[in-house]
Each structure stands twice: as structure tokens, then as C-alpha cells.
Design a protein around this ligand. Structure first.
Ligand SMILES: Cc1ncc(COP(=O)(O)O)c(C=O)c1O
Length: 431
């Protein structure tokens, strides 16, 4: 997790210097991953397994271009059969979303998801999942009050940064993961006072970032039981569910929820393209209406142009076609990496084969993940050491780990990268 420090800067009005003290939020330091990515920039000899991005070579740029042309020339009709005018694309949108996108999205969710029919008041278009995480932290956590939030250990680094920035009075409770995801049964044993001040449980149930695990159905149900028992909302963040390489789709957490305690967050970043910056939140009408007002102070609305583009992309059935194209490619890359790991990394650690997503989590026997990062860079391969993904005060032994991404490199590059990583492990093992 990024460190948090008081931050001030000097200004020089007239003579002398004044120091401007910035807020707690502004004190969050850049994430270690950004620093790692900057080390690799301009060094083509380094194979990077450090990022978490989809392969930009596979984005549907030509299809988006044809849609933009058709929209601009008045060749597209909205959900009510009305012609979309070019000017509509560049206008402000209602804060809940452009009606064409909102209706297309709602119909698509009701057809493909398993949490029952959403009414309009249950749904809100947002500028991708990260905006949702930021708004939830602001909606639930009051910086002046003691609070706690439960997350997986490890978990998504930018959620840790959101939480760290939100409040200095916040305790982030990490619940360890095993091969079936967050060990939610451990939540029952947390001290009562921690549960009493818990604002939400943050879960990435399907192929999480960074560990690539899938939360078992039993644990999904148990999260709802915990939520019912202690009155704690659940945030179900699902960016990777569309990238399934094997096994059958499990029910969402929201599927088991009959009291409205789950907030569902889904992004089109991995489903279509992160540059669109589009996603949605679904939840109780009361919460959605509050977040809609907060969104107005944040971005007013998500990009109109991108909503029209994505709505038309979905209407043409191109979303599912994109998945059908990327899934076999990513599956092949993952298998190439896992095969090389069997060959080169077996003496140094263990891992669970993911069923989808973009990452393999390496648990190291003796080696610290940050030390491995430094050694690996010398051998021209970049990884992210595990420490970035744990809440503060987590057991340092858990930092004997690393996240390996397989979506950006081809199978041959992945095999070379893992061979180099094996050499880096061997070098550290001897020390
Ligand atoms: C678990 C998780 N949640 C949320 C996000 C944010 O994605 P976006 O803001 O692009 O939707 C990411 C991005 O990598 C992620 O891994």
C-alpha cells in the first residue's frame, strides 16, 4: 500500500515563503506499481510482468471508428428508434447516464446477470470502477470518526490507496486469501468492536487482482450471512469476470442478497476498453440516489461520447465478440507462463492456477517480493513485489510474494521472462 505523509509546498507571496498544508487525501504517495512501471519505461530489453493492462493491440479501434462515423452521420437510432444527432454526442449527459446507454445497459444486465431485474433507480453509470470506489469511500467513511473496512489480503492496490487517503482514523482489516479467495469465515472471529465500526467489506470475487482467485459459492453466501448478522454492506467489484478461461460462471454475491446490502460495481475496462472510462454501480435505490448526487460534484456525468459509442457497440453484439477474441489469446498466454513457472520457479515458491483474469500470484518460500523485484530488474524482467497489495500492519511474511501479469506479452516473451525470474530467484537463494 502507498505510504501516507503530510504534504506541504512552498509559495512565495512578496518576500519570504509560505507553506501550504495539503489535506490527508493529497498526502497519498504514488503507488509502488507506478514507480515500477516508470523503471521499465524506455528500456525495451525489460519484459514487464508488472502491469495489469489488457493488450492494447486487441482493442477494437476499427469498430469504434466505424461506430463514431455512423453516429456522426446520423446513421444510428437510439433505444426508442430515434435518430441520434451528432450534437448529442458532445453534450452533457444526465448524471445517471445517457438514456440510450442506460437503457441498453439495463437490458443487457437483466439478460446476462443473475441478480434479478434492476429498476432504473437501482442503476447508475459511472466513469469506470475507480470512480465508484472513490465515491463509496466518501459515502461510507467519515474522516472524523473511527471506522474500519474489511478487504482481502492481498487486495487491489488502488482500493487501499482510496481508503488510506480517505481517513487517518480508518483501520483496514485484511482477511487472508487461499485458493478459494478471501477466507470470509475468519470475519466471524474478528473482535466485536472492529465489526461494530466496520463500514463495508470490499470483495473482488472473480479472478481478483492481484491473486487471480475465485471466491467459492459457499463463501459468497457466507458473506451475505455476515452482512445480515452485523449490518455491514458488501462492495462486489467485478472487473475480471468476463475473462474466464475455464470452469462455469458462479452466482454473483448480489444473487444471494435479499436485503439489499450488496453494491455491485462493474467496469467496461476489461470488457471493452479502459480508455472509455465507463462502468456502472447497481445497488439499493437509497444508496444509488445518494451516490448520484455525489457524482454530480465529482464529474457531473460520465463521457457522453463514450456512452453513445459503447451503447452502439453493445447493440451490435460486438462486446461478446471482443471477449471471444481475447479469451483464447489470454488463455494461451496464461498457460505458457504457468508451464514456464513449473519449469523454473518450482524450487522457490508455489501458485494456484487461475481460471481467468490477468494475474498469477507467486507465493515465495523464503524470498521477499520486493527483493525479488530488484534482482529481477537486473535480469531484465519486471514484477510487482507482494507488499504493495497488503494493508498496513499485515504479517511481513505475506510479503514473500509477487504478482505476475500475463496479458501484455506473447508466449515466447513470457517463457523468457519466467526463465529470467528463475535466475533472479536462484541468485537470491544463494545469498
Ligand atoms: C479490482 C479492480 N477494481 C477496480 C479497478 C479499476 O478499473 P477501472 O477504473 O478501469 O474500471 C481495477 C483496475 O485494474 C481493478 O483491478
Amino acid at each position: 500500500m502507498a505510504k501516507h505523509e503530510k504534504f506541504s509546498y512552498g509559495v512565495s507571496p512578496g518576500k519570504g515563503k509560505n507553506y501550504v498544508q495539503l489535506s490527508h487525501d493529497a498526502g497519498v504517495e504514488a503507488s509502488a506499481i507506478r514507480e515500477i512501471l516508470s523503471v521499465t519505461q524506455g528500456r525495451p530489453e525489460i519484459i514487464s510482468l508488472a502491469g495489469g493492462l489488457p493488450d492494447s493491440g486487441m482493442f477494437e479501434s476499427e469498430k469504434f471508428l466505424s461506430i463514431l462515423s455512423d453516429l456522426t452521420h446520423g446513421k444510428c437510432l437510439d433505444h426508442k428508434g430515434r435518430k441520434i444527432e451528432a450534437g448529442d454526442l458532445y453534450q452533457y449527459a444526465p448524471s445517471e447516464g445517457v438514456p440510450f446507454f442506460f437503457e441498453t445497459l439495463n437490458a443487457w444486465i437483466n439478460k446476462t446477470e443473475d441478480f434479478g431485474t434492476l429498476e432504473n433507480e437501482n442503476l447508475l453509470v459511472i466513469s469506470a470502477a475507480q470512480q465508484g470506489l472513490d465515491l463509496f469511500a466518501k459515502a461510507f467513511i467519515d474522516p472524523c470518526r473511527e471506522a474500519s473496512v474489511i478487504v482481502g489480503a492481498p487486495t487491489y492496490v488502488a482500493e487501499l490507496n482510496v481508503l488510506g487517503g480517505r481517513s487517518g482514523n480508518l483501520e483496514i482489516i485484511g482477511i487472508p486469501l487461499d485458493e478459494k479467495g478471501m477466507q470470509v469465515e475468519q470475519i466471524w472471529d474478528l473482535p466485536k468492536e472492529k465489526l461494530a465500526k466496520c463500514k463495508y467489506i470490499y470483495a473482488v470475487p472473480t479472478f481478483d487482482n492481484p491473486a487471480g482467485t475465485e471466491l467459492s459459492e459457499k463463501r459468497r453466501k457466507e458473506l451475505i450471512d455476515i452482512s445480515n448478522e452485523f449490518g455491514i454492506p458488501i462492495i462486489e467489484d467485478e472487473p475480471y469476470a468476463c475473462l474466464r478461461y475455464e470452469g462455469k460462471k458462479l452466482h454473483s454475491i448480489m444473487h444471494y442478497d435479499d436485503i439489499g446490502c450488496t453494491v455491485r460495481l462493474q467496469t467496461f475496462s476489461k470488457m471493452a476498453a479502459p480508455g472509455l472510462r465507463l462502468g456502472y454501480m447497481a445497488g439499493s435505490k437509497e444508496l444509488v440516489s445518494r451516490i448520484r448526487v455525489m457524482l454530480q460534484s465529482s464529474t457531473l456525468c460520465a463521457s457522453s461520447l463514450n456512452q453513445y459509442m459503447l451503447a452502439e457497440f453493445m447493440r451490435r453484439g460486438w462486446l461478446e465478440q471482443y471477449w471471444a477474441k481475447v479469451i483464447p489469446v489470454y488463455r494461451e498466454r496464461m498457460n505458457a507462463m504457468l508451464g514456464a513457472m513449473d519449469e523454473h520457479l518450482t524450487p522457490y515458491g508455489s501458485w494456484v492456477k487461475p481460471k481467468g483474469g490477468l494475474f498469477v500470484w507467486l507465493t515465495l518460500n523464503e524470498i521477499n517480493g520486493d527483493a525479488l523485484f530488484r534482482e529481477a530488474i537486473k535480469k531484465n524482467v519486471a514484477i510487482v513485489g507482494g507488499s504493495s497489495f497488503f494493508p498496513p500492519n499485515s504479517d511481513k511474511k505475506l510479503h514473500n510474494s509477487a504478482r505476475l501479469n500475463f496479458s501484455k506479452s506473447n508466449p515466447a516473451e513470457l517463457r523468457t521472462a519466467i526463465e529470467r525470474l528463475g535466475a533472479a530467484c536462484a541468485a537470491l537463494d544463494k545469498k
